[in-house]
Design a protein around this ligand. Structure first.
Ligand SMILES: Cc1cc2nc3c(=O)[nH]c(=O)nc-3n(C[C@H](O)[C@H](O)[C@H](O)COP(=O)(O)OP(=O)(O)OC[C@H]3O[C@@H](n4cnc5c(N)ncnc54)[C@H](O)[C@@H]3O)c2cc1C
Ligand code: FES
Length: 288
């Protein structure tokens, strides 16, 4: 199986993309009060399952339901499937209850990916809000592993409160690097919080990247995507250089059922990563 290297690449999926494959939970890590990370390994053996940064899997909890969840692990370690999940409803809460050794059905990987290869030679600006850091993390792993291929690398991350910050240990490591700029802000501070307060889009104004040569990748709530794109455009980044990851309800994940329709696009097949210039005209319209 090959994986696409950009949101324009064709999507290739397993031979029967509708049949879940059995995986076992190898590790459960609590991230925040409502968010956790599952590391899964295939029951059939540890052979690599290549994926591209930004792609997602359908996770099936037997007897409960199936949900699309982005892959949040390292593309250079494709034998481990890593998913960071926020428990918001029936299926994600059932996933939260799984213990080491439990079985999960997995279909995928599906969808388009962050344009990490097209960004060679350019500055990269990653903007994430809340759980949106999970789909962005594989892109950052890839970029930092191939650091010499990129210009400046900037990660701007916003969480609701300090308690909602994902991957705190890794954020500290990335902040400690001399070759990456990492800024974290929260909407509401606690007394012990010493970092920035305010919306993540505010960070874009003073961030050290060259707008003429920057590729931006945004993942978070739609309102945040809209304001982040506006702030980037204000700095001079064109909509052709901005990619965003979209979410819609999904069933088949292979462009058949129509559940994920977004204007003329199917988010499962044409996305979830879109060039912003492709979807800007319909972005935020209620009826799409
Ligand atoms: C391509 C793609 C990638 C995704 N990646 C991730 C990921 O990496 N991690 C992750 O935690 N989630 C991710 N999601 C969202 C995830 O699929 C949903 O949270 C999940 O389907 C909810 O299913 P449920 O059965 O638990 O809740 P449901 O019973 O379907 O919903 C319960 C309640 O939660 C609300 N809800 C549903 N989805 C969301 C949401 N996304 N955000 C906030 N409230 C919601 C519903 O409106 C409802 O009120 C992704 C979605 C897509 C389309
Ligand atoms: S989920 Fe069926 S078409 Fe996208």
């Amino acid at each position: 199986m090959t994986t696409p290297d950009s949101e324009t690449a064709p999507v290739e999926v397993a031979s029967d993309p509708m049949r879940p494959e059995a995986f076992a939970v190898r590790q459960v890590a609590r991230e925040t009060g409502d968010t956790f990370t599952l590391t899964l390994v295939a029951m059939s053996g540890p052979e690599p399952r290549p994926f591209a940064p930004g792609q997602f899997n359908m996770l099936y909890v037997f007897g409960v339901g199936e949900v699309p969840i982005s892959i949040s692990g390292d593309p250079a370690r494709p034998e481990l499937l890593v998913h960071t999940i926020r428990a918001v409803g029936a299926t994600t809460r059932a996933l939260q209850k799984l213990k080491r050794g439990a079985q999960v059905g997995v279909r995928g990987p599906f969808g388009t990916s962050w344009p990490v290869d097209q960004a060679h030679g350019q500055d990269v600006v990653l903007v994430a809000g809340g759980i949106g850091l999970a789909p962005i993390r594989p892109a950052l792993y890839h970029i930092l592993r191939h650091r010499a291929l990129y210009g400046r690398v900037v990660l701007l991350y916003g969480a609701r409160t300090p308690h909602d910050i994902l991957y705190a240990r890794e954020l500290r490591e990335w902040r400690g690097r001399f070759d990456a700029e990492v800024e974290v802000t929260v909407d509401r501070a606690t007394v012990e919080w010493q970092g920035g307060v305010g919306v993540v889009t505010k960070l874009i104004q003073r961030s050290p990247f060259d707008p003429m040569s920057a590729m931006a990748m945004i993942c978070g709530p739609e309102v945040m995507i809209r304001f982040a794109s506006l702030a980037l455009e204000k700095r001079g980044v064109t909509t052709a250089s901005i990619s965003v990851s979209m979410e819609r309800n999904m069933k088949c994940a292979v462009g058949v059922c129509g559940h994920c329709q977004f204007g003329p696009h199917f988010v499962c097949k044409d996305g979830p990563v879109f060039r912003y210039e492709r979807i800007e005209p319909i972005f935020g319209l209620r009826e799409v």
